[in-house]
Design a protein around this ligand. Structure first.
Ligand code: NAD
Length: 336
């Protein structure tokens, strides 16, 4: 199948592209490279530099490459920034997705796999969180993804669209070969931050809040390995091709790790000590976010429990960033 992958030069998109190729699909990466990295796209994969807001170019590319389905990762996804610059988020996420849906409709592309987020739930009343839990996002980023999910449901009812929306919890890890990995700028995710601290590339790691009602007072999050997440996307596409109906699924591991546990695991795996600064809570950070994986297990993908130490080992083996330095030096640079 010919699959347009918007945001395919980014962290998650680049890992999904690798697995699409392995599964025999033909991905076409469509990315404006504002946050993505050209080095993260293999030379064997078709790359198109373009913006999802460029409606006529998007339609042209869908037609030229005879696209059958779209995987849509391109988005703005910094929670804090979404509160200070909401316009950017409604434009890039909501308006951008609407352009993709309308281009698909005009060209006749019927399948979509969409990157949603646990942020659509806000502060959960119970954990593990099931898909039908209340949707009360506490930030604009989560709100934009929820609006998009509503749009997808309406388009699917009225037009030929069939879609799977995957609500990711915390994506982590990197491809085992080390050719691609996580390289956000700015980086806000805990695992790359602790590894950077272990490498001496930043002088400390901050813990935001040590008085949460959890076992050690720090927030608990559900981490899913990016390669498992990528597999789920390929399975979601297969499910749609085989006639599966539009649906929404959590993508997590149904396991939680506290911020302190991640820090301790990083120190143990790397053998490096680094300083940890305790700060006050950030607004809108729920105490515990753990996915229920029951629905996706029942429907089309097995549950996989990923141990955090395995994630850290994979990170160490694979590098954390598709930067030229990481690409050139692969494994050894992480120990410098
Ligand atoms: N990383 C996570 O843990 C996580 C968790 C939940 C949801 N998500 C969602 O997954 C998706 C991918 O996240 P990521 O961590 O890989 O982010 P990322 O920033 O690494 O990748 C996003 C890619 O989209 C591209 N892009 C953004 N706006 C674009 C536009 N207007 N036109 C063309 N390209 C554009 C960027 O250049 C980048 O390559 C996002 O939709 C995000 O909201 C991520």
């Amino acid at each position: 199948m010919n699959v347009l992958v918007t945001g395919g030069a980014g962290y998650i998109g680049s890992h999904v592209v690798e697995q699409l190729v392995k599964a025999g699909h033909k991905p076409v990466v469509y990315d404006n490279l504002l946050k993505g990295h050209i080095d993260a796209v293999s030379e064997d994969v078709q790359f198109v530099e373009g913006d999802i807001h460029d409606f006529s170019f998007l339609k042209h590319i869908m037609g030229e490459y005879e696209i059958d389905g779209v995987m849509h990762f391109a988005a703005s996804s910094l929670v804090g920034e979404s509160m200070t610059d909401p316009g950017k988020y409604y434009y890039n996420n909501v308006a951008g997705t609407m352009g993709i849906l309308d281009a698909m409709r005009e060209v006749g592309v019927d399948y979509l796999v969409f990157s949603s987020t646990a942020a659509v739930y806000g502060e959960p009343k119970t954990v593990p969180i099931t898909e039908d839990a209340p949707h009360v996002p506490t930030n604009v980023y989560g709100k934009t993804k929820l609006i998009i999910e509503g749009m997808l449901a309406d388009y699917a009812k009225a037009y030929d669209l069939r879609y799977v929306s995957l609500r990711y919890f915390n994506a982590a890890g990197a491809a085992p070969l080390g050719n691609i990995g996580e390289d956000h700028n700015p980086e806000t995710h805990l695992i790359p931050l602790v590894l950077k601290a272990a490498l001496g590339k930043q002088d400390h790691v901050a813990i935001f809040g040590t008085d949460y009602p959890t076992k050690d007072g720090t927030c608990i999050r559900d981490y899913i390995h990016v390669c498992d997440l990528a597999t789920a996307h390929v399975l979601a596409l297969d499910y749609l091709i085989k006639g599966g109906t539009s649906n929404v699924y959590n993508l997590g591991s149904q396991n939680g790790y506290s911020v302190r546990e991640i820090i301790e695991a990083a120190k143990k795996v790397t053998g490096k000590d680094f300083s940890v600064v305790e700060k006050s809570r950030r607004a809108g950070d729920p105490a515990v976010l753990i996915a229920s994986s029951e629905k996706i297990k029942r429907n089309y993908i097995g549950n996989r429990n990923i141990l955090i130490s395995k994630i850290l080992l994979l990170l160490l083996g694979g590098g954390i960033a598709p930067t030229p330095m990481a690409l050139q030096n692969k494994v050894p640079w992480i120990y410098n």
